[in-house]
Design a protein around this ligand. Structure first.
Ligand SMILES: [Zn+2]
Ligand SMILES: [Zn+2]
Length: 166
């Protein structure tokens, strides 16, 4: 959705509210697409001393397998939305993801919300922060308790034991 900001041009302190709902179910993160539900962004663009500042929140509920234990996870998330809208990007701020170009005086909300969403996602999708994952030998879910596998003996200790035997 394009938000026309021309009414803000000569209106310092003025603001325009917005609400967009995006379908981002094709966005892939590490081989899965967790954004199966609509992604909603609500906020406003304010003319702050001649600078257009966009602020708001992005909400959705993510679905997917936990990266460690592969359990199905349903996880509501909310990310802050913050962007500075500029007529042109100078060399200094071109690297900053929070600067967005206006197109004919309009803010491209789809682009801003999608970029914010991607940059806000955790690199790991976990059922809980301290998920213990699966045992790499027997495959048991270690969140349900320890398995019977013995930890690998330290190879340096084995060498030491050989030496002590002599
Ligand atoms: Zn997990
Ligand atoms: Zn095990």
């Amino acid at each position: 959705m394009l938000l026309n900001l021309s009414v803000l041009k000569d209106n310092p302190g003025g603001s325009i509210p917005f609400e967009v709902v995006l379908d981002l179910h094709e966005l892939a993160f590490g081989g899965c697409c967790p954004a199966t539900e609509p992604v909603t962004a609500v906020g406003e663009v304010r003319n702050t001393a001649g600078v257009y500042v966009l602020s708001g929140r992005v909400n959705t509920t993510l679905h997917g397998p936990c990266d460690r234990c592969a359990r199905d996870v349903v996880k509501p998330v909310e990310f802050p939305l913050h962007a500075v809208l500029v007529e042109e990007i100078s060399n200094d701020d071109g690297e900053d993801p929070w600067y967005f170009l206006l197109e004919d005086g309009c803010a491209d909300l789809d682009d801003i919300v999608t970029t914010t969403f991607v940059l806000s996602m955790d690199s790991k999708f976990l059922c809980k922060e301290d998920c213990k994952g699966l045992c790499c030998r027997c495959g048991k879910d270690l969140n349900d308790g320890p398995c019977g596998c013995q930890p690998d003996a330290d190879p340096r200790l084995a060498v030491l034991q050989q030496l002590l035997k002599k």
